[in-house]
Design a protein around this ligand. Structure first.
Ligand code: SAH
Length: 268
């Protein structure tokens, strides 16, 4: 019996429509890839009713705001991901990592997330879709970023909706190989965050190369793509211990406070 209790909404695009949307992106998706995208869309939407994988609840939103938004990154990835090892940091329900892995089978993807139930969902999708170019790993970026098997090991690292720009620099850049890229889709209102983010990038060997707004492809989302190139080695002291990059982002006033002797809680 079919356990899929949520009927697809009428606004969900058909496979042909998904193909049409991908066309201006210089992306040709074959029938298998389109079917995988549609299946992934349905799995994400369905599992999200029981497990909190994404704040995007409706099927149409999953398609436009998550899947199409992820597909927009393919062009940059194709042009810049050298030997082809890509990490999606804080991949959650698999955004953008699973979508990119479906669209770009010639690249090897590692999805990293700290939360077990999200990694379990990623593994279920990988098995269901028969994806051979993706592995899902449970762990904290603060820890794996110091592991010699992971550090400096990826041509490109993506991270969407994970934490602030400055924290993402600290969590992401250690994984990036020299001259590789950190690719961060963000909303358009990021000027303040950018000031601290740039400072953080500088301390970590990264250069913010651009932060351009992406052209609209029908996703109804305004996105800026922050592109950071690793020009120098990231100092070995980074990332700092678990939780610190997000709590005291490098280059922020909190970071300065972190450097002073600790005050007791409740003290003046
Ligand atoms: N990229 C997905 C998920 C965003 S939610 C999307 O766009 O929908 C953020 C995810 O990042 C969560 O699943 C959380 O578990 C993960 N995360 C946050 N900090 C992390 C860290 N330091 N290491 C690994 N995963 C982290």
């Amino acid at each position: 019996m079919d356990t899929h209790t949520t009927p697809p909404t009428t606004t969900a695009r058909s496979l042909d429509e998904l193909a049409d949307i991908a066309r201006p992106l210089d992306l040709t998706l074959n029938v298998t890839q389109l079917a995988r995208l549609a299946r992934y869309r349905d799995m994400l939407h369905e599992r999200n009713q029981h497990v909190n994988l994404t704040a995007v609840r409706d099927l149409d939103g999953v398609e436009r705001r998550l899947i199409l938004e992820s597909l927009r990154l393919t062009q940059f990835v194709q042009q810049h991901a050298g030997a082809g090892r890509i990490m999606d940091l804080g991949s959650g329900g698999g955004i953008p990592g699973i979508v990119l892995a479906i669209a770009l089978p010639e690249f090897q993807f590692t999805l990293l997330d700290a939360t077990g139930k999200k990694v379990q969902f990623q593994r279920d999708v990988i098995a269901d879709l028969g994806l051979e170019n993706v592995q899902a790993v449970q762990g904290r970026a603060e820890e794996l970023g110091h592991d010699i098997n992971w550090r400096n090991s990826f041509d490109l690292v993506t991270a969407r909706a994970v934490t602030s720009l400055a924290a993402l620099m600290e969590l992401g850049l250690p994984f990036v190989a020299m001259k590789g890229w950190l690719v961060l889709p963000k909303g358009t209102d990021i000027d303040e965050e950018m000031v601290i983010g740039r400072k953080a990038a500088g301390k970590l060997g990264g250069t913010v190369v651009s932060q351009d707004e992406l052209r609209d492809v029908g996703s109804d989302v305004q996105t800026r793509l922050v592109l950071v190139r690793k020009d120098q080695a990231t100092p070995v002291s980074f990332p700092r211990r678990v939780g610190v990059p997000a709590k005291s982002p490098l280059g922020s006033p909190q970071d300065q406070a972190e450097r002073k002797p600790r005050k007791k809680r409740g003290g003046a």
